[in-house]
Design a protein. Structure first.
Length: 310
């Protein structure tokens, strides 16, 4: 027996996804343009590094639009298991753009360090960075709320990225301010720290999306949750095999469950449906395949009937 989650979101979900994408794209374009202009006028390496990060966020936003549009398409003859793997494929492209942003930020910061740094006048750079942190904090709260309503791993990642940007803008703010009041080298030093953070974020994103693309297995903790969900159904004796692997950002579960051999067809069907319903309640699960196998009293009679039918 097989159950598959609907791949086509309803009109309300479409509206929520559209709202999340508009917030993400518009916010990142506004910040990239504003920080780019401020960095050019002020010459701040830290602000330039943060602007480079925002440019990568614009590319990230555009790819999210494409990735969600493709990933939410229903299964067809070309992709009978759905289009979920397009989402991490786009994620790998996003990882590459993040790496380029980190390289550009590091290059500029190292050049400024070698030149002895530059004292950044308080004003435009610091105000821009504070405004950026405030905008990103607002985007984090809005996108996180939509991610919870939609149970979207992509939007959850986007929300976390917005929170990360609050931290990088704050680091750049400290560097720019410190270059004036303490030492000029603090500005490029902060820019270098921001670039390192971008590289680390790209590494984490790349590892996660690569796991989704290559069909890695679920963690032991998640596997145990799946087993507990199935064994909580009345009539299930034990789960003796669970294969859970990622197809895109969600799991495909193949589960073998032991039940009494003398069950009626109606009772077996009830157990199967309830197992599926319990697995559906776990947000990481996309599709589940449940196989009921007889065990215990009545098994010999069941085997005799099967041999006769064969």
């Amino acid at each position: 027996m097989q159950w598959t989650r609907s791949y086509q979101p309803d009109s309300q979900n479409n509206s929520l996804y559209t709202r999340a994408l508009i917030i993400t794209l518009a916010g990142n374009i506004l910040l990239a343009a504003g920080k780019g202009v401020a960095a050019y006028i002020s010459g701040s390496a830290a602000l330039y590094a943060d602007a480079a990060n925002s440019v990568s966020d614009v590319a990230y936003s555009l790819l999210i639009v494409l990735g969600i549009w493709v990933a939410l398409r229903p299964p067809d003859l070309s992709h009978p298991q759905g289009h979920g793997r397009f989402e991490p494929l786009v994620g790998m492209a996003i990882t590459f753009s993040m790496g380029l942003a980190g390289y550009e930020a590091a290059r500029t910061s190292i050049e400024r360090l070698m030149q002895g740094g530059l004292s950044i006048q308080p004003g435009l750079p610091t105000l821009t960075l504070l405004a950026s942190a405030a905008v990103k904090a607002g985007m984090f709260l809005l996108i996180r709320q939509l991610a919870k309503r939609l149970n979207s791993p992509t939007l959850r990642t986007t929300a976390r990225d917005n929170l990360n940007d609050v931290l990088t803008s704050s680091a750049a703010f400290v560097g720019a301010l410190g270059s004036f009041y303490l030492h000029p080298l603090l500005d490029p030093a902060a820019g270098l720290l921001v670039s390192i953070y971008i590289f680390l974020s790209a590494l984490r994103a790349g590892r996660e999306n690569l796991n989704f693309l290559t069909g890695s297995g679920a963690s032991e903790e998640l596997r145990q949750r799946l087993v507990e969900a199935a064994e909580s159904v009345e009539g299930v004796q034990q789960v003796h095999q669970t294969i859970a692997e990622y197809s895109g950002p969600r799991l495909v579960v193949d589960m073998h469950v032991n039940v009494a051999a003398n069950l009626s067809f109606e009772e077996a069907h009830r157990i199967n449906d309830e197992i599926i319903e319990h697995l559906e309640g776990i947000s990481e699960v996309d599709r589940a395949y449940v196989h009921l196998e007889p065990e215990g009293e009545g098994l010999e009679d069941w085997q005799d009937e099967k041999d006769v039918s064969d």
